[in-house]
Design a protein around this ligand. Structure first.
Ligand SMILES: Cc1ncc(COP(=O)(O)O)c(C=O)c1O
Length: 391
């Protein structure tokens, strides 16, 4: 598979929405099909042994629908090469296997997504990986968590899940690079529309494309995007060797979602801002976490590195865990469910749901915390629903 075929038509220099709609795919020369077909094929007829058409030989190694998605997401992140996976977590696992060896060390956020923590703490450590955790908003703490000579990866999320802490990508890239480590940024919460970590010095971007990239809660997927072509080759080798690739249909769904990412994100942000204003004035709410709030400790950095502040809002309620669970149960328009980033609003209790795997560890989240993924419904309906759910 040649570079040209895997990452076609990146439309460098064009606006975000133009890239979202066109990058990664040229209308099919035979039919003019404007949208990439779902190439539901496992293999490709060869014109003689080794005579590949367009570089395709077997769909684990490459598939044209997946290649269109990979080119598209690479263009949106301003990277050189993208890789589409069957889930966000397997993208993470493949990346760790590609970069790390037994005895190596990684730094992860002290409020990492629970699944990332579980992957590192319960799976990767069995293969000899060691880790420390630090707050992404404390550059000194991240620096202190690095083990000189052994730390290969500084892994951050920004904003973090679910406490919405902000890490300064540029500064953290410098800290990681000084130690000879790579900075990996999980950009799931911001999406490439709001933040492009590679432009700020990060080495790898990770996505759970299940979330904003797909955007319609109808697919599970993951992606990696890199700038460095040598690193890209190494990841490409592991992508194929491990084989947890996105299927043609899933690739098609994510690609369709990406085309409207910009308009969706703007509406998510508009609605989130209204929800934040409502929650901050509510007597049953004790604390609201949103980087768009001036009092948020990461507000200034978020303003610098993000286009807007995103669609996720977390908040704590009076009455402890019992009340938090009650609010989740009473929401009607806002659906009780895990995940985030879809067109519909979702509410969840991180302590019992997405972050149950960190219970009893240093990474445990407050039990009165609720996380909202603010969707793109009519804002007034969301506010009315929150009002009745909060009692
Ligand atoms: C920030 C973040 N990273 C990674 C993942 C894992 O992605 P997936 O569920 O697609 O495997 C999630 C899932 O919720 C997430 O929220």
């Amino acid at each position: 598979m040649t570079e040209q075929h895997r990452q076609p038509h990146q439309l460098k220099g064009q606006g975000f929405d133009t890239r979202a709609i066109h990058a990664g795919y040229e209308p099919d020369p035979m039919t003019g099909s404007v949208i990439p077909p779902i190439y539901a094929t496992s293999t490709y007829k060869q014109d003689g042994v080794g005579g590949l058409r367009g570089g395709y030989e077997y769909s684990r190694s490459a598939n044209p629908t997946r290649a269109a998605l990979e080119g598209n997401i690479a263009a949106l992140e301003e990277g050189e090469r993208g890789f589409a996976f069957a889930s966000g977590l397997v993208a993470e696992d493949t990346l760790l296997r590609a970069i790390c060896n037994p005895g190596d060390h990684v730094v992860i956020p002290d409020d990492a997504y629970g699944g990332t923590f579980r992957l590192v703490d319960k799976v990767a450590t069995r293969w000899g990986l060691e880790y420390s955790h630090a707050s992404v908003s404390d550059i000194g703490a991240v620096g202190a968590a690095i083990v000189p000579g052994r730390t290969k990866v500084v892994w951050i999320e920004t904003p973090t899940n679910p406490l919405l802490n902000i890490g300064d990508i540029e500064a953290l890239a410098a800290v990681a690079h000084d130690a000879g480590a790579l900075l990996v940024v999980d950009n799931t919460f911001a999406s490439p529309y709001l933040q492009q970590p590679l432009v700020l010095g990060a080495d790898v971007v990770v996505h759970s494309t299940t979330k904003y990239c797909g955007g319609h809660s109808d697919v599970v997927g993951g992606a990696l995007v890199v700038r460095d072509l040598e690193l890209a080759e190494w990841i490409a080798f592991h992508h194929n060797a491990i084989g947890a690739v996105a299927s043609p249909f899933d690739s098609w769904l994510v690609l369709r979602g990406l085309k409207t990412l910009g308009v969706r994100m703007d509406r998510h942000c508009d609605n989130a801002e209204q929800v934040v204003e409502f929650l901050t004035g509510h007597r049953a709410v004790t604390q609201v976490f949103y980087p768009g709030l001036e009092e948020h400790p990461g507000h200034e950095i978020a303003g610098r590195q993000m286009k807007r502040y995103g669609g996720i809002v977390s908040f704590r309620v009076t009455g402890g865990e019992e009340h938090a669970l009650d609010v989740c149960a009473k929401a009607e328009v806002i659906t009780l469910g895990e995940s985030l980033g879809g067109v519909e609003s979702l509410i969840e209790h991180p302590g019992r749901m997405t972050h149950a795997s960190v219970e009893g560890t240093d990474l445990e989240v407050p039990s009165d915390l609720i996380r909202l993924s603010v969707g793109i419904e009519t804002a007034e309906d969301l506010l009315a629903d929150l009002d009745q759910a909060l009692g």
